[in-house]
Design a binder for this molecule. Structure first.
Ligand SMILES: Cc1cc2nc3c(=O)[nH]c(=O)nc-3n(C[C@H](O)[C@H](O)[C@H](O)COP(=O)(O)O)c2cc1C
Length: 144
């Protein structure tokens, strides 16, 4: 049985809503999924999961949140991502998604196979359609 882990940072809950909706989608396929705040996450969780989703809103000026998420993602640069299926997601406000484009490019350089090459970005709080898109991404992840 494949193991799925969703690791995210969220300041005001928007990206957290996305994380939980993605988890619902993964579960539809009967896969065991753990949703973890990056503050409580560790590298072994990534090493031991075949299905992974990482979430972070656009922060700073179009960068990952700098205290927890940025160092965590940096710590994954030497992980062997072969055989793992990965998705990226996050909420934003006034930008044009630059943080996600850069993040997706970085994860590809790490060797990650992204199910949605551009990452799933949602403006502020996900509406019903946004939640459905998150669930669909979870289902896509679970199919590998
Ligand atoms: C300090 C700070 C910096 C931000 N920088 C950006 C940014 O560069 N681009 C952008 O589109 N949104 C930016 N935002 C808006 C957040 O991405 C947006 O509010 C998002 O919904 C927060 O997600 P969360 O509820 O998961 O924390 C920023 C918000 C804060 C508080």
């Amino acid at each position: 049985m494949k193991k799925a882990t969703i690791i995210y940072w969220s300041g005001t809950g928007n990206t957290e809503m996305m994380a939980n909706a993605i988890a619902e989608g993964v579960k539809v396929n009967g896969i065991d999924v753990e949703v973890v705040r990056v503050e409580d996450a560790n590298k072994d969780m990534v090493i031991n999961s075949e299905i992974l989703a990482f979430g972070c809103p656009s922060m700073g000026i179009e960068v990952l949140e700098e205290e927890f998420m940025e160092p965590f993602i940096e710590s994954l640069s030497d992980i062997d991502f072969s055989g793992k299926t990965v998705a990226l997601f996050g909420s934003y406000d006034w930008g044009d998604g630059e943080w996600m484009r850069n993040w997706a490019e970085r994860m590809k350089q790490y060797g990650a196979n992204l199910v949605d090459e551009e990452g799933l970005i949602i403006h502020l709080t996900p509406d019903d359609e946004g939640i459905d898109n998150c669930k669909a991404l979870g289902e896509q992840l679970a199919r590998g």
